[in-house]
Each structure stands twice: as C-alpha cells, then as structure tokens.
Design a binder for this molecule. Structure first.
Ligand code: SAM
Length: 193
C-alpha cells in the first residue's frame, strides 16, 4: 500500500536525519511507529472526526492521524511554526493521498488555541514545545469537547519536563488520565462528558 511505503520511508529519513543533525530545528523528532499505531486505534475508538495536532514537524504523525480520521469522514488540523518543516510536511502530504483530510496551519499553537471555539475538537495530539504546555492548558481543556481525548507524547522520555503539565491535568477533576508505555511514553487524558 502506497501510504505504508511512505511511512516506512519517513521512518528511515527521520532516523538518519536526526542522527546526523544535532540542532533541534533541523531534527524531525517523529513519534515511533508503535505510537502511530496507538494513535490510529485511539482516533477510531473515540470516533474522532475533528482531530487537532500541535507539532507537525515533517508530518509523520499527521499521516497516522489523518488516515484514521479520514476513515471516519473526518480530518486533522495540524499546527507548525517552522517554514522548513511545513514545506517538508506539505510535500509528504501531497504524496500521501490524504491531503483532503489535512489542514496545515503555519502559526504559533498558543495563538491558534486562543482563537479556537469551545469544544471544537474530539481529539488533540500534543507533541510540541513542552515548556509551553502549562500555559496552553486552559485553552486545550476548553477546545476539547466533553468526552474528548488528549494524547501527549514523551511522557516517559521527558518525564521531568512533562511533570508540571501532567500534575495540572492529573489534578483536574474533569479529566481521567493514564500513562501508556508505548514509544516514548504516551499520556492519555479523557474529558468528562
Ligand atoms: C516533536 S516535533 C513534532 C513531531 C511530529 N508530531 C511527528 O511525530 O512527526 C515538535 C514540533 O513542534 C513545533 N513547534 C514548537 N513550538 C511550536 C509552537 N509554539 N507552535 C507550533 N509548533 C511549534 C516544532 O517546530 C517541531 O517541529
């Protein structure tokens, strides 16, 4: 299948690129394949047609989200700041056959979140600048619909950086949360209905 070949190609590209580049803006920092498989299951299990991704990079994780959302008649909105990564992602989306299920936004995620109406998304995948998460939390909480699912990457790999954010969500009575030992560790939080 064409998309599976592209995903495999991007896994090789990401691994080779990230081992050759030490500067963070040039690194792809993609999720692992098993995280992609988990996202696929979670989008479908949650019947999530309105998916938001914060942190596109070159679009590897977006493709997993978009395939799942499209199978339900939905789409993914994905946000990225870097010109360089947006161009790489666009080229990958054009090749994927999923462009119609992907809306790319070049913007600061904090500004997009602030301008997004309440309960606009069924599913949010957060994989961006971890120091921003605590500041983004009130809007993330607001734009996720009741019953919606938040998934955050790097819960294990960057556990200490994630701790302030995880503490906030764990302490919020409107959310039930769990850490899943897949890939770099996924933090899952579902909003009460
Ligand atoms: C870990 S990478 C995303 C990897 C991607 N989810 C994947 O698995 O293929 C994080 C991305 O967030 C972007 N980013 C950082 N701060 C941002 C912000 N304030 N708004 C939007 N994107 C941001 C970075 O440029 C970087 O490409």
């Amino acid at each position: 299948m064409k998309l599976d070949r592209l995903l495999t190609e991007l896994e090789t590209f990401g691994a080779e690129n990230d081992s050759a580049n030490t500067e963070r803006p040039k690194r792809m920092l993609n999720i692992t394949r098993d995280t992609g498989q988990l996202l696929d299951v979670l989008v479908k299990a949650n019947a999530a047609r309105r998916v938001l991704e914060i942190g596109t990079s070159n679009g590897y994780s977006t493709l997993w989200l978009a395939r799942a959302a499209k199978s339900l008649g939905g789409k993914v909105v994905t946000i990225e700041l870097s010109d360089y990564k947006i161009a790489l992602a666009k080229a990958n989306f054009d090749r994927s056959g999923l462009s119609d299920a992907i809306e790319q936004l070049q913007a600061d995620a904090g500004k997009v979140l602030a301008d997004t109406p309440d309960a606009a998304f069924d599913f949010i995948f957060l994989d961006s600048e971890r120091s921003e998460y605590v500041g983004w939390w009130p809007d993330i909480k607001r734009v996720l619909r009741p019953g919606g699912l938040l998934v955050v990457d790097n819960a294990t790999l960057h556990q200490s950086e994630m701790a302030p954010f995880v503490g906030l969500v764990d302490g919020d009575a409107a959310f039930s949360s769990s850490r899943v030992p897949v890939g770099n560790g996924e933090y899952l939080a579902v909003k009460a209905r």
